[in-house]
Design a protein around this ligand. Structure first.
Ligand SMILES: NC(=O)c1ccc[n+]([C@@H]2O[C@H](COP(=O)([O-])OP(=O)(O)OC[C@H]3O[C@@H](n4cnc5c(N)ncnc54)[C@H](OP(=O)(O)O)[C@@H]3O)[C@@H](O)[C@H]2O)c1
Length: 276
């Protein structure tokens, strides 16, 4: 699998594609899905302490025998662990469960209301101590990042936000581009929802001989967003990875872009969701 890299503001290059582990709560299912993905060439993993599968991810990584430096492993600090000391403790716990002595990515899962600056300072410390290569945020709007710009020292390298053909965030993308922050699209397939049956996408898919999921994932990549679609189904894990040997035309890109006007969020709005 020839996965291109995205170059981050700190000069580190990371794979633009991997597997997401949300809602894979059954330990054996998490282990089996990730083991299969690693076997067929996936090297980037997105999990979170709140997904409850860090231990299973760690087992699959260890048993894969893949050199640690060839993997990109990211996890997240949850709302209950926000704050400086609690975040440092959460980092140790996640690292232990994952069986790693450094993390590739460590992200704040949701901004919450009050403590994300303190949480961010803990991430800055972990970054300076070289315990994590990439620090970032999820679900941050420009006003959250502006606060970090005023009150912290290092800017997030990535912002992981909801983004699929029925929900785009062009203003956030423009803001992130102006600060060299790479966007990661969560629920890139709208969580397997109605977008997979959209007639514009289905039309493009049948014309170029790809599946709707492959068309959507390719659209993300050409839109310069990192993606890690989740699947526990081997056939889909494989299908989702076959997106590096074709290109969508500018007209097809625009046709899918135009669907974003629907603004159909499937997750919470970070400005009104204060948990994590
Ligand atoms: N930071 C955040 O707040 C946040 C929030 C949500 C997600 N995320 C991250 O983003 C990752 C991806 O998002 P997501 O898991 O919400 O949703 P997603 O990747 O958009 O969609 C996953 C769903 O689509 C199905 N699916 C996968 N490939 C398919 C294909 N080729 N054809 C048809 N259906 C397919 C899967 O089914 P099966 O598994 O049954 O095959 C699963 O139900 C997560 O796993 C997580 O790592 C982060």
């Amino acid at each position: 699998m020839a996965v291109p890299n995205a170059r981050l503001a700190n000069g580190i290059s990371i794979p633009v594609f991997g597997i997401g582990m949300d809602q894979v709560r059954d330990p054996q299912q998490a282990y089996d899905a990730l083991s299969f993905a690693l076997r067929i060439g996936y090297r980037s993993i997105d999990t979170a302490s709140s997904y409850g599968n860090e231990r299973d991810v760690g087992r699959a990584v260890k048993d894969s025998g893949i050199d640690r430096k060839d993997l990109y492993i990211a996890t997240k600090v949850t709302g209950a662990d926000q704050g400086y000391d609690a975040t440092l403790r959460a980092f140790e716990k996640s690292s232990k469960l994952l069986g790693v002595d450094y993390l590739d990515g460590y992200l704040i899962h949701w901004p919450g209301k009050y403590m994300f600056v303190e949480t961010w300072r803990a991430l800055e410390r972990l970054y300076r101590e070289k315990r994590v290569r990439v620090i970032g945020v999820c679900n941050f709007n420009p006003h959250h990042i502006e606060r970090l710009r005023r009150e912290a020292e290092i800017l997030p390298l990535v912002d992981q936000v909801e983004w699929h053909p029925y929900f785009d965030q062009p203003d956030l993308a423009a803001y992130c581009a102006s600060h060299d922050i790479v966007i990661e699209a969560w629920s890139p397939l709208m969580c397997g929802g109605v977008v997979l049956e959209d007639h514009v996408i289905a039309g493009i898919a049948s014309r170029i001989g790809k599946s709707p999921a492959q068309v959507i994932l390719r659209w993300h990549l050409q839109g310069k967003r990192r993606i890690f679609p989740k699947s526990v189904t081997p056939g889909r894990i494989e299908e989702n990875s076959r997106i590096f040997d074709f290109e969508l035309s500018p007209a097809d890109m625009s046709a899918i872009d135009a669907l974003g006007g629907r603004q159909m969020r499937i997750g919470p709005n970070p400005d009104v969701f204060f948990d994590g």
